[in-house]
Design a protein around this ligand. Structure first.
Ligand code: NDP
Length: 241
């Protein structure tokens, strides 16, 4: 049995790609999701990963959910915090409920999930925590005050937890994707995507979920133990920091 990996937000998109890549590489994978039972069932059928339904913005749900994963598969050794939403809206049109939903899903979820695994990882002396941030952490678009704030905070969370955890064999890193072909991006008109690629993405294409999954696999490996507190850009040259 390979190391146990838990991926949040894995029924669709980038999380699904990460769950599949980890399973193919021999990890024992738990795939969390919020609502899409059909997509979760097809992921389980395709890849053999076990799926678990709960809302990562809900602390108590994370306590119960991770307990179930550990009871089924054993202690979580690799945590990929991927679940996120991006309901873009200019601040002057945003209500407090939407602000809190984006922050709860994209930022509180990091605490909610990581808090369940950090002590067991410290006790065993091994852990990999990989946080899916975004190019928007560094260059937010219009309408991304909440999303950009959450993703920027995620990068600081990554560095702070990396400091606290390095002596215990736990690495904490972030991956910052640029535009990746998932439902989140497909809400934009094709013409807008084509122009974005032409004007901004040096490699001449939008990202694939596999581009991000490959980076996560690299960071999850036992041999990646000298990399911590880093944020790796996966954006086709869209933004060079
Ligand atoms: P998608 O919208 O395609 O998929 C989102 C996934 O997250 C779904 O599986 C969804 O589950 C799950 N999810 C959403 N909210 C919750 C929740 N509260 N609890 C548990 N699961 C939840 O998104 P992407 O794959 O595009 O994005 C994945 C991550 O990558 C996000 O953090 C996003 O911010 C980040 N990212 C994406 C980029 C892109 O271009 N696509 C660029 C940069 C970063 P369900 O459908 O079952 O509700």
């Amino acid at each position: 049995m390979g190391r146990v990996a838990l991926v949040s937000g894995a029924s669709r998109g980038i999380g699904r790609g990460i769950a599949k890549a980890l399973a193919e590489a021999g990890y024992t994978v738990a795939a969390n999701y919020r609502s899409d039972d059909g997509a979760a069932a097809s992921l389980a059928a395709e890849s053999g990963v076990k799926t678990y339904k709960w809302d990562v913005s809900d602390y108590d749900a994370c306590v119960a959910g991770v307990e179930k994963v550990v009871a089924d598969l054993g202690p979580v050794e690799v945590l990929v915090n991927n679940a996120g939403i991006s309901p873009d809206k200019f601040l002057h049109k945003m209500d407090a409920a939407l602000w809190h939903k984006v922050i709860a899903t994209n930022l509180d979820s990091f605490f909610n999930m990581t808090h369940q695994v950090i002590n067991p990882m410290r006790q065993t002396g091994f852990g990999r925590i990989i946080n899916i941030a975004s190019l928007s952490a560094f260059a937010p678009s219009y309408g991304e005050t909440s999303y950009g704030a959450a993703k920027g905070a995620m990068v600081s969370f990554t560095k702070a937890l990396a400091k606290e955890s390095a002596a215990k064999g736990i690495t904490v890193n972030a991956v910052a994707p640029g535009y990746v072909d998932t439902d989140m991006v497909r809400v934009a008109p094709q013409e807008w995507i084509d122009n974005l690629v032409k004007d901004h993405i040096l490699v001449g294409r939008i990202g694939k979920v596999e581009d991000v999954a490959r980076c996560v696999l690299f960071l999850a490996a036992d041999e990646a133990d000298f990399i911590t507190g880093a944020t790796i850009d996966v954006n086709g040259g869209h933004l060079m920091r």
